[in-house]
Design a protein around this ligand. Structure first.
Ligand code: SF4
Ligand code: SF4
Length: 318
């Protein structure tokens, strides 16, 4: 495995970050034991030491189960939340500590940030996380974003040391610009010393057919960056290590590996409230005959934001 320092945080991580949205209730819905076994395989077989989760994913129990298999210091855990003031920040931090069963979190992030304005709206939460960082409960603070403006906003927030931006060779999912705009913004922040781990390298599954090119693009454009990728099986872990870390892509591997394209599904008990439509930054959803429908699967990057918005638990990526 190849390791790198995450910007100036002092946190050393593997080239691959295991994105755990795939194992969560929003996608594969693994049991805690199933997920933990897969995470442990990634750690013990391939030395992947970096894991990304979120309060939204509802899978902190997966990491609690992982602690039955490996020691806490064997992995770096990043999570994201929507906290906006001290009370919500405290609640989010206490939740992850309690549910994972740990006394520190490596990277505490704000989820789904759009710009310096949305970050400013979370000012109190950021201050609270800063205090907890001083106490050693948090090692670094950051945020995730699908926006070019969001990446650039790092300059306005000195507390932020890690960004988790969306980028892929076709620019799928970038809300407010083109791929080139996002590339430039990410390079600028990395040059400033921001820790950066890239999300959606396969565009939420749309680039599975061009997987080698999608990975090659990231190698060439961001040779130093960490790549977060969702995985659901040991064979996916093996293949991603071979291509992302070892730069090998053999015909045999390609034939052995069966990518399953995922689709967003909306259950028929949808009550047509429209919350999911408002939550989707990609304009992939709409209402028809009083029910939510996917207007355009090609726009959906499987971020799960719509699922979070649905109080009826109608939405899943399967
Ligand atoms: S439909 Fe849902 S999962 Fe797809 S992009 Fe929109 S919010 Fe994300
Ligand atoms: S949020 Fe849920 S119930 Fe409301 S329209 Fe969307 S899928 Fe239907």
């Amino acid at each position: 495995m190849q390791f790198t320092n995450l910007g100036t945080t002092g946190i050393r991580v593997s080239k691959i970050c295991f994105g755990s949205l795939t194992t969560s209730r929003l996608q594969k819905n693994f049991s805690a034991e199933e997920a933990a076994a897969l995470f442990a395989y990634a750690i013990l077989k391939h030395q992947i030491n970096f894991f990304d989760t979120a309060e939204l994913y509802g899978n902190y129990a997966h990491f609690r189960a992982l602690l039955d298999l490996v020691k806490r210091e064997e992995f770096v855990l990043s999570t994201k939340c929507y906290a906006y003031d001290r009370a919500t920040a405290k609640a989010s931090l206490e939740k992850v500590l309690r549910e994972v069963g740990t006394d520190y979190i490596d990277i505490m992030m704000l989820h789904e940030q759009e710009s310096e304005h949305t970050l400013r709206g979370h000012r109190e939460a950021i201050e609270y996380f800063g205090e907890q960082k001083q106490k050693g409960v948090i090692r670094a603070i950051g945020y995730s974003t699908h926006f070019v403006r969001g990446v650039k906003a790092a300059e306005t927030m000195p507390e932020m040391k890690v960004i988790h931006p969306l980028i892929n060779r076709r620019g799928i999912g970038i809300v407010d610009g083109e791929r080139l705009d996002m590339e430039q913004a990410i390079h600028e922040q990395m040059d400033r010393g921001m820790g950066c781990y890239l999300m959606k390298p396969l565009g939420g599954g749309h680039l599975l057919e061009e997987y080698p090119q999608a990975i090659s693009y990231l190698h060439e454009e961001f040779p130093e960056a960490v790549i977060a990728i969702g995985m659901q099986s040991k064979i996916e872990v093996d293949l991603n290590v071979r291509s992302i870390v070892d730069h090998e892509w053999t015909k045999t591997e390609q034939e052995r590996f069966h990518f399953q394209e995922k689709k967003l599904k909306i259950a028929d008990w949808c009550v047509g409230c429209g919350r999911c439509v408002e939550a989707c930054q990609q304009n992939a959803l709409g209402l028809q005959d009083g029910k939510a429908v996917v207007l355009d699967q090609s726009k959906c990057v499987r971020c799960g934001y719509c699922a979070k918005a649905c109080k009826e638990f109608c939405i899943k990526v399967v």
